[in-house]
Design a protein around this ligand. Structure first.
Ligand code: PLP
Length: 443
């Protein structure tokens, strides 16, 4: 009997005792190929020596110093590293302990920017349906995932949720990319005008949608049009790269490919690659300057912000990614994974869509490929695939069970950047078997 409050109270879990590159090893000796990096976290695999050494060195000299008393070298160096490589305009970094905290800080920074600049009426947030921005109440309110929100609705602040840039289900068959993205940008403009042209604070979106849809990249041109609408009405653009950022899509920031600069960006998972819990909120010089010229104090904080050991770990992770040239490796491996998925699963009668960018790939399962009808969420196909995959010795990140019926079960693949091509073969073979076994059980 366990006294740990495991999230899923019905499940018993294997005991993970060791890591070996892209594998996790359980106490019974079984090896699991980590095809999802946990939840898109472990981008360097499980025992990168340079990161382990950096952590050991930092703990031995100074594990932690509270940021209301001190700054630290690893925090300063990590901020420099990130800002040198961030989209234009982002100039300051606020370090936290994870993704939800990064999003909370982003929301509060946006609000404080407007109170500091004499626009206290700006209080509305706009985000998208089928999005996920974290589980703390502010982040949960921002996310548009009906299943995650359902029982907490009475506690959530009002946020408008618009159509996501989810081509598979939202783009008309005869609709061009240009017409689709123009329609979505128009929807944003209409909502801003409905709420009050000078009352909207920010639009929040994941550049490549992760947890709720399984790696959905935007249609080309979408974010440029969104940026234009935000600029027209003085609305801040907050891009949540907690899952898709830090090289996962083949560029350090996922939005690089879309050629747009946000006002605020959040990062987490791949930042510390699981070696330490860490997240960050990157902020434009304009927002920082407004606060510096105003109260000079960001009215927010947590005990572990800027944790020295977490920053040292993240710096070592990011330096390793750069020195081992792993971003180009992500691009090569991403294409190779996509090709394997297409050749093995592309004609599968229950695979509706294969999509993604870099080592961030998604598979959407449907009952009927022609009508795109999803499986009944009560069948929990995604959970069955997860279990069947674990039985095969493979970790993948499945999601489904939405309440709005506008998407099928899906699987998210986000393996480590250090994979060999042979791992891709193992991944696809095991995944195909898991899908076959799970489908057999629901048909
Ligand atoms: N934002 C996005 C886009 C995410 O995918 C997640 C987690 O999956 C979060 C925020 C929340 O991050 P965390 O679980 O570290 O709080």
């Amino acid at each position: 009997m366990t006294h740990v409050f495991h999230r899923n109270t019905h499940q018993s879990y294997p005991v993970a005792v060791a890591g070996d590159g892209p594998y996790i090893i359980a106490a019974d000796g079984r090896r699991y190929l980590d095809a999802s990096g946990g939840a898109a976290v472990s981008c360097l695999g499980h025992n990168a020596t340079e990161v382990v050494e950096a952590i050991q060195k930092q703990v031995a000299s100074l594990a932690y110093a509270h940021t209301s008393f001190f700054t630290t070298e690893p925090m300063e160096q990590l901020a420099d590293f990130l800002i040198e490589r961030a989209p234009a305009g982002l100039e300051y970094v606020y370090f936290v302990s994870g993704g939800s905290e990064a999003v909370e800080a982003a929301l509060k920074l946006a609000r404080q920017y407007f109170t500091e600049t004499g626009q206290p009426q700006r209080r509305h947030l706009i985000a998208r349906r089928q999005s996920y921005h974290g589980n703390t109440l502010g982040a949960l309110a921002t996310g548009g995932n009906a299943w995650r929100r359902a029982q907490f609705e009475p506690l959530l602040t009002q946020v408008s949720h618009l159509t996501p840039c989810y081509a598979y289900r939202e783009q008309g068959e005869q609709e061009s990319d240009d017409a689709f993205t123009t329609r979505l940008a128009q929807e944003l403009e209409d909502e801003i005008l409905r709420l009050g042209a000078d009352e909207v604070m920010a639009f929040v979106a994941e550049p490549v949608v992760g947890a709720t849809l399984g790696a959905v990249p935007p249609v080309p041109g979408y974010f440029r049009k969104i940026r234009e609408v935000c600029d027209r009405y003085g609305v801040l653009l907050i891009l949540d790269e907690v899952m898709c950022g830090m090289g996962r899509t083949g560029t350090l920031f996922a939005i690089e490919e879309d050629g747009v600069s946000p006002d605020i960006t959040t990062i987490a998972k791949g930042l510390g690659a699981g070696y330490q819990p860490i997240g960050a909120t990157l902020v434009s010089g304009r927002i920082y300057a407004a606060i510096a010229a105003g109260t000079g104090f960001f009215q927010h904080g947590h005990t572990y912000i800027g944790h020295a050991t977490a920053c040292a770990a993240a710096l070592a992770v990011q330096q390793a990614i750069e020195s081992r040239q792993l971003l180009s490796r992500v691009q090569v491996l991403g294409t190779a994974l996509q090709q394997r998925l297409r050749s093995r699963l592309g004609d599968h009668p229950h695979i509706g869509d294969l999509r993604g960018r870099g080592l961030f790939q998604g598979i959407e399962l449907v009952r009927d490929r022609t009508t795109k009808e999803p499986f009944d969420p009560a069948l929990k196909l995604h959970a069955r695939i997860k279990q069947a995959a674990m039985d095969e010795g493979l970790m993948c990140y499945p999601m489904g069970g939405t309440l709005d019926g506008r998407q099928g079960d899906h699987i998210l693949l986000a393996p480590a950047f250090i994979l060999e091509e042979s791992h891709l073969d193992e991944l696809v073979e095991k995944l195909e078997r898991a899908i076959t076994l799970a489908l057999r059980a629901v048909k």
